[in-house]
Ligand binder design. Structure first.
Ligand SMILES: [Zn+2]
Length: 280
């Protein structure tokens, strides 16, 4: 599933190739993609509109429009946002197509084989009603910044297993299974530690790891795994997967200590990879 670095990579692409271009036609194939409202709501909300910015909150893409509404895109499991020439063949599972005005004759295409993704036009002043989970998101470590003292307060104020807390979008927005494992390994703390048990040095390491891993992954264009569909708006995969130290490396030697083997367990319902030697 795309996480903060992948969604941020898509956001950057949209900022350069979608913002400022008027939408002069909207097609909706699969109704499930627009299930939160309706096919008509998307068509009426977007036809003639122009995105004026490309923002991100956690894993949510938010594009304010010149109409006062905003466009929200969530990739969920397998969603892809592509900008392609109108003349290029459409991929299977293309559910929404936005025709962009201008001589380039390009389209924004939302492709989503598993159909968990969403494309919605909403009123940002009424977000608490129209997109309640957006209103409940916690701090975004990249868009908002996450200070060390702020993180220390979030950890101290809870007695939760670290990995469950990192995955909780209402506490910190944008981290999913891959980056939670990589962050915890870089911070040298175990997934099952209680959040309020961390000492000052551990909090400092976790803080550095959150920023360090997420920023390095953004620089690499995100992670594209064998079993996922993630690509940027030009159709290119990311390459941060070659830098993964624990995720999907169970049974292989730890690249940090070189002396232990990466273990895989199921924790809080999720596959979790860690080094039993590096992480305490
Ligand atoms: Zn190790």
């Amino acid at each position: 599933m795309p996480e903060l670095p992948e969604v941020e990579t898509v956001r950057r692409g949209l900022a350069s190739r979608f913002v400022g271009r008027m939408i002069d036609g909207v097609e909706v194939g699969r109704e499930r993609t627009v299930r939160r409202t309706s096919r008509d709501a998307l068509i009426h909300g977007l036809t003639g509109a122009t995105a004026i910015a490309a923002d991100r909150r956690g894993k949510y893409l938010i594009l304010p429009l010149d109409t006062g509404d905003s466009l929200m895109i969530h990739l969920r499991m397998s969603g892809r946002v592509l900008i392609e020439p109108a003349s290029s063949p459409r991929l299977a599972h293309t559910h929404v197509v936005l025709h962009l005005a201008g001589p380039e004759n390009e389209q924004l295409r939302f492709v989503d084989p598993r159909t968990f993704g969403e494309v919605v036009v909403f009123d940002p002043d009424n977000a608490a009603v129209e997109l309640p989970e957006l209103a409940r998101l916690g701090v975004d470590p990249i868009a908002d910044g996450l200070g060390r003292r702020q993180l220390a307060a979030l950890l101290a104020g809870r007695s939760r297993r670290l990995k469950a807390m990192l995955l909780d979008q209402s506490v910190i927005a944008g981290i999913g299974n891959i980056y939670a494992d990589e962050i915890l390994h870089a911070a040298r703390v175990r997934h099952d530690r209680l959040s309020n048990s961390l000492g000052q040095a551990e909090v400092a390491r976790l803080h550095a790891a959150i920023g360090g891993i997420l920023n390095a992954a953004i620089e690499a264009g995100g992670s594209t795994l064998k079993d996922t569909q993630y690509v940027d708006i030009g159709g290119e995969g990311g390459w941060f997967q070659v830098s993964h130290r624990v995720y999907d490396r169970a049974g292989q030697p730890c690249l940090t200590c070189g002396r232990a083997t990466i273990r895989k367990v199921v924790f809080a319902g999720r596959t979790t990879s860690f080094c039993p030697r590096c992480q305490k």
